[in-house]
Design a protein. Structure first.
Length: 278
């Protein structure tokens, strides 16, 4: 009944409530000073966005609930805020104990949301198991796969630094080349470490797109719209929405637009490299 008429909107909305409650309780337990000032409404709306972005995949893949739980948790962990910690390191954010407690809260919330998704967004059939997935992964791991993942990692490096330098108006009137240099030399990390972390994030994202292309077999455009939206919402839009009141509006617009471009361009490349024919 949750999948027809107006009822189909109830599941993502319920996931939004579950996300906000779980994250709020975890933050109050781990970081009381932050948990009590967290805006429940913004967290709820961010959770609703996550629910609607997960629904197109969760409702059409014929996976068993164990595989569905693992894949949704991986999506939230790699595409979402936990995985974006790699980018936060590159941006030089202050990563104190409170930040990592927030990271733990986000990861634990991902476990709860993945379990809740299997209840509210049940698959139409339960044919595909974790064992099937591991066999497919093992059969496809070769040097050509590693080369394609490396290409995606390199593309992520170019997209991240290139788009930041080209579109981020918060970097001042300096030219493109100077902006690139500023991004690379921004403390506290070395240039090599920044490149490695950004490339690693690209490889992890592409690896999950590769796995999703085994399960979500559609045309290129449909895959791009669904998976691109998933990466963008989980990694950029939902976190920005949840922290809307804590970010300068001008910086927020730049952050969201750059994240939108980066997410869809990287996903388009990964789908082109890994997709199956319909």
């Amino acid at each position: 009944m949750l999948q027809t008429g107006l009822w189909k909107y109830l599941a993502p909305t319920s996931m939004g409530a579950g996300y906000a409650i779980a994250k709020g309780l975890l933050l109050r337990g781990l970081i009381p000073e932050e948990g009590y000032v967290t805006d429940f409404t913004m967290q709820f709306l961010a959770g609703v966005l996550i629910g609607f972005s997960l629904r197109p995949v969760a409702r059409v893949v014929y996976w068993k609930k164990t595989l569905g739980f693992v894949m949704i948790f991986l999506m939230i962990s790699i595409f979402g805020a936990p995985g974006m910690a790699l980018i936060a390191m590159v941006e030089g954010r202050f990563m104190d104990a409170a930040y990592w407690m927030g990271w733990v809260a986000e990861t634990a919330t991902g476990v709860f949301v993945a379990a809740l998704a299997m209840i509210l967004l049940p698959p139409p059939r339960d044919n595909l198991s974790i064992v099937w997935m591991l066999r497919r992964l093992g059969a496809e791991v070769n040097s050509w796969l590693l080369a394609r993942l490396a290409v995606c990692g390199g593309a992520m490096i170019l997209l991240y630094f290139g788009l930041q330098a080209l579109l981020d108006e918060g970097m001042g009137p300096a030219g493109f080349t100077q902006r690139i240099q500023d991004l690379l030399t921004l403390p506290p990390l070395t240039i090599q470490t920044k490149i490695l972390l950004v490339g690693l994030h690209g490889v992890l994202t592409a690896s999950l797109i590769w796995m999703l292309c085994m399960l979500y077999i559609r045309g290129f455009v449909e895959q791009l719209v669904v998976l691109g939206s998933l990466v963008f919402v989980l990694g950029v839009f939902a976190p920005a929405f949840a922290n809307f009141q804590q970010i300068n509006p001008i910086l927020l617009v730049d952050h969201v637009f750059i994240g939108l471009c980066r997410s869809f361009l990287l996903v388009a490349l990964a789908i082109w490299l890994f997709r199956r024919r319909v």
